[in-house]
Design a protein around this ligand. Structure first.
Ligand code: SF4
Length: 233
């Protein structure tokens, strides 16, 4: 069995603790309106790899990971869209003593309990905290994330929450209070990181000849971000 991989970053610094070997999976079931990786949405056979080969490649960076208390992060796209491959790769990493993380929106194709058993840390991208907001932002119902949320809550796996704030959409006290309530269901939240909506993906949309849905929306200011982050510090 092979996995569809978009790319690999061997020295990632923002996808979990320490230096990470970040694997960007192809495929995503969501269509977030500000997605900055729309080039990962579709599966293409261009870049396929077996879990064993990927693990062998991972091991070349073992010393960087170990010396920095880092590890492996599966991101995307959406790693949960290739559950069998993900599980196999994470198992190899876990058995090899590497710290494992997945960066996910929670909308995938199942095997969540098994995956969480071999995952040390979940970077949970909370798209929206209301059903309406989720649907508008991602194009799919929030109910699709519920099975993963449930498995995560039951697993007790460490969680870092990520939430993008978009000016005029969800940069309000009310939204932040809802987020505080929402994340209470996960028993092991160790960090909440609010991210400012940015426009870095715009050129990719131009390249793909897709209209950019947030045309004209300015990035969130540093001051506003700091203010909202203070709710969690
Ligand atoms: S979950 Fe991530 S990759 Fe998928 S559409 Fe949303 S932002 Fe893009």
């Amino acid at each position: 069995m092979h996995g569809y991989i978009h790319s690999i970053e061997t020295m990632a610094l923002h996808d979990g603790p320490g230096i990470r070997f970040a694997v960007f999976f192809q495929g995503c079931g969501l269509r977030c309106i500000y997605c900055h990786n729309p080039d990962t949405w579709q599966f293409s056979k261009e870049n396929t790899v077996s879990a064993e080969d990927l693990y062998a490649k991972t091991l070349r960076y073992r010393s960087y990971m170990e010396n920095s208390s880092g590890g492996v992060t599966c991101t995307g796209g959406e790693p949960l869209m290739q559950p069998e491959f993900l599980l196999k790769y994470l198992r190899l990493c876990r058995d090899g003593g590497l710290h494992t993380a997945i960066d996910t929106s929670g909308v995938g194709l199942g095997a969540y309990e098994e995956i969480l058993e071999v995952t040390d840390l979940v970077l949970l991208d909370v798209k929206a905290v209301s059903a309406d907001g989720f649907q508008q932002l991602t194009g799919v119902p929030m109910a699709k994330a519920e099975p993963f949320y449930r498995a995560l809550a039951n697993s007790g796996t460490s969680v870092r929450i990520r939430h993008v704030l978009v000016p005029g959409v969800n940069d309000s006290d009310e939204n932040i209070e809802k987020l505080q309530k929402f994340i209470q269901r996960f028993p092991a939240v160790e960090q909440v990181e609010l991210l400012a909506y940015h426009t870095l993906g715009v050129s990719k949309y131009e390249h793909m000849k897709r209209p950019y849905p947030f045309e004209g929306v300015e990035p969130l200011s540093k001051e506003r971000l700091k203010y909202f982050q203070s709710f969690f510090d």
